[in-house]
Design a protein around this ligand. Sequence first.
Ligand code: FE
Length: 185
Amino acid sequence: MSRVEEIIELFAARGDSQYGGEAVTQLEHALQAALLAEQEQAPPELIVAALLHDVGHLLHDLPADAPDAGIDDRHENSAANYLCRHFPQRVVEPVRLHVPAKRYLCAIDAQYMQSLSQPSVVSLALQGGPMSAEEVAEFARHPYADDAVRLRRWDDAAKIPRLPTPPLAHFARYVRQTVLKSSPV
Ligand code: FE
């Protein structure tokens, strides 16, 4: 099975699970995030990052309401560890940083924090709350900080019930375009 097929399989098998207390499934959330990236004419790597940023949720067996039980699944790390074997850094690093990007935005933008959904507020506390001033400065120096913030804003907006989107097959082209040629098939 090719990497692209493996990813499509993962969504086919598990993508209809609920997206962490929101009114969309994992697949709907992924497609909406990727669509927002495409609409902003983001580079293919960032469209793929948007599509696959929560693949970590599909790689474990924790329930979607794990944060309510005080469990942080660290899905940004499991996703990045999976993706780094098959995709370039411009895909992997924004995914790894998409939770820190939320903590960053909460620290620098009071309006952003107020706009978070209730499940996102619950998980924020588990993820360490808003960044300290030192953490903000360190995050901003990261070469992929801007990409991670863009991804974060698509992530936060990709929670609209029943929003029509193109199917997964539409975005598979970007996965094919960015997957490392040396990736094991
Ligand atoms: Fe997400």
